[in-house]
Design a protein around this ligand. Structure first.
Ligand code: NAG
Ligand code: NAG
Ligand code: NAG
Length: 125
């Protein structure tokens, strides 16, 4: 399904996050990018705004700019998104508005059991 997936070993600082039984390991492509925390929050809010109404309600904690405290978001010590775990929240929408290039520190992405479709071909998948 996700041809770009590679396995990575979880480092110790990831243990603050809950580790789901099945984790999709996501390799950041744009390692040369130096996106900032504010960009990460903005990208997440952009994606949230693209989701169905009810899904936006489920992500009600996604407000402001302190995205490290948001539901399903886990940051590393540098406050950069390291894990996104939104399994089984019943989110509906697409992934086409989620710019993965903005998360160069992302290690795992867990989106099982949602209804997130890909409505446009994306270079990231
Ligand atoms: C969300 O639902 C409300 C009420 O049903 C509607 O007015 C609004 O346009 C909806 N927003 C989106 C983004 O679909
Ligand atoms: C899928 O998510 C729904 C809630 O959105 C939950 O009720 C259901 O148990 C989940 N199913 C699995 C197989 O995890
Ligand atoms: C995605 O994010 C990267 C890094 O922040 C940025 O350079 C690029 O323009 C963004 N792409 C889109 C379609 O917004």
């Amino acid at each position: 399904m996700l041809r770009s997936l590679v396995k990575r070993t979880l480092s110790t600082n990831n243990l603050i996050c809950s580790i789901p039984s099945l984790i999709l390991y996501y390799a950041a492509f744009a390692s040369s990018l130096t996106g900032k925390q504010g960009i990460e929050a903005t990208v997440l809010l952009t994606w949230k705004a693209s989701l169905h109404n009810q899904s936006q309600t489920l992500l009600s904690s996604w407000i402001g700019s302190n995205h490290c405290t948001w539901l399903g978001i886990c940051c590393n010590k540098a406050c950069r998104v390291a894990h996104i775990d939104l399994q089984s929240y019943g989110l509906k929408g697409t992934l086409s508005n989620l710019n993965f290039s903005s998360f160069p520190h992302l290690l795992t992405l867990e989106l099982l059991n949602n209804s997130l479709l890909r409505d446009h071909p994306s270079p990231y998948w």
